[in-house]
Design a protein around this ligand. Structure first.
Ligand code: CU
Length: 385
């Protein structure tokens, strides 16, 4: 009964995967070929070793089954009585050694190639944070000015749906837990060097289509590289297991043509310029509240919750909080410097003056807090000095 049910499931799955090109990839048993020369090298190596193992398996099991059949008792087989054969010992040592050496040559060649991150055209620093990635275009390539960067955070619809009792069916969310607000944008056919590190705990940056995964560790910088050959959107995840929210910091890499890449860099520069212009002017309360709400929903909501009630005792409420309704200076200090030994990170180095001013204003006037205080970007800048 159960068996037939399982068989039906398997057959239905097979039929489905035959007729739907898209789902076929989802059901695939093998690793993906990827879209970089390196990922294809790795795939080819994997297949080579796989077939060598298959051949060895067939020979060994073939010899075994043949011997069992040929020398079975019912045909009157009599066991040989020798012990120790130097010839046999030599043969069964040398053959495996030769096989291992033959496998080590292509494996070493691929390993060496994985490490060759030199003479890249573009350098991007990837930093793991609780629970989001940051991408800094250390050198955007093509003689462009670098230095800008941004955070890439789980997309809002996924984040809403994942909340306990959200009432939202995750199956209705496109790319559930695999989508971000701002993808990493890179050009195709360009050698990109990734420098991977972390600011708090160990993370791991993994995009299967690129063929590799790199640990991102505080205090260390790991190197890797990719030349993406096909434009497209490639999704990945933080592959670190230990820790509560690594599952909610997905990775999206958008590979575009060089022209589209130039447009993207241009947009980033305009955004950086308007951010610094914004930091120079006075903001009114409505503007700060609107901006602050966005910043809060991106950077603070995971711990302090949308209603500001937090999740005590781990994450304190901001509604009526001693700091969030106390003196403004203390509030600015806590958000900028965080609190050592807790998960409250220092947001001073992470966020700009406008974002910090806005989110602090927002916290002081939301969730039932009504201090009426307005924090201007200039106040943040004054603290930074
Ligand atoms: Cu992580």
């Amino acid at each position: 009964m159960l068996l037939t049910r399982i068989m039906k499931r398997v057959l239905a799955g097979a039929a489905l995967s035959l007729f739907m090109g898209e789902t076929r990839a989802d059901y695939a048993l093998n690793m993906p070929r990827g879209v970089t020369p390196l990922s294809q090298d790795i795939y080819d190596l994997h297949m080579l070793i796989f077939w060598i193992c298959c051949v060895i398996g067939v020979i060994v099991f073939g010899a075994m089954f043949w011997s069992i059949l040929q020398h079975r008792k019912s045909t009157g087989a009599v066991a040989a009585k020798f012990h120790h054969s130097t010839k046999a010992e030599i043969v069964w040592t040398i053959i495996p050694v030769l096989i291992l050496v033959a496998m080590a040559v292509p494996a070493t060649r691929t390993l060496v190639r994985i490490e060759q991150a030199g003479d890249a055209d573009i350098t991007i620093k990837v930093t793991g944070n609780q629970w989001k990635w940051r991408y800094d275009y250390v050198n955007p390539g093509f003689g462009l000015d670098g230095g800008f960067g941004f955070f890439s955070v789980l997309k809002d619809d996924s984040n809403q749906a994942r909340q306990v009792r959200s009432g939202i069916d995750p199956r209705t969310v496109e790319h559930y837990l695999l989508d971000v607000d701002k993808p990493l944008v890179v050009p195709v056919n360009t050698k990109i060097r990734f420098l991977t590190t972390a600011s708090d705990v160990v993370h791991a940056w993994w995009v299967p289509a690129l063929g590799w995964k790199r640990d991102s560790i505080p205090g260390y910088i790991n190197e890797s590289w990719a030349i993406i050959q096909e434009p497209g959107t490639y999704r990945g995840q933080c592959a670190e297991l230990c820790g509560k929210d690594h599952a909610y910091m997905p990775i999206v890499v958008k590979a575009v043509t060089q022209d589209e890449y130039f447009d993207f860099i241009g947009e980033q520069m305009v955004a950086a310029a308007s951010e610094s212009a914004g930091a120079d002017r006075e903001w009114n309360k409505d503007e700060l509240m609107e901006k602050g709400g966005q910043v809060y929903n991106t950077f603070c909501v995971a711990c302090h919750q949308a209603n500001g009630q937090g999740l005590p005792p781990a994450f304190p409420p901001l509604a009526g909080g001693a700091i969030s309704t106390g003196p403004v200076d203390g509030h600015i200090e806590r958000v900028m410097n965080g609190k050592a030994g807790t998960t409250m990170a220092a947001f001073g180095p992470q966020l700009g003056d406008v974002d910090l001013a806005a989110v602090i204003t927002y916290e002081r006037n939301s969730f039932g807090n009504s201090t009426g205080d307005i924090v201007q970007p200039a106040a943040i800048r004054a603290v930074r000095k």
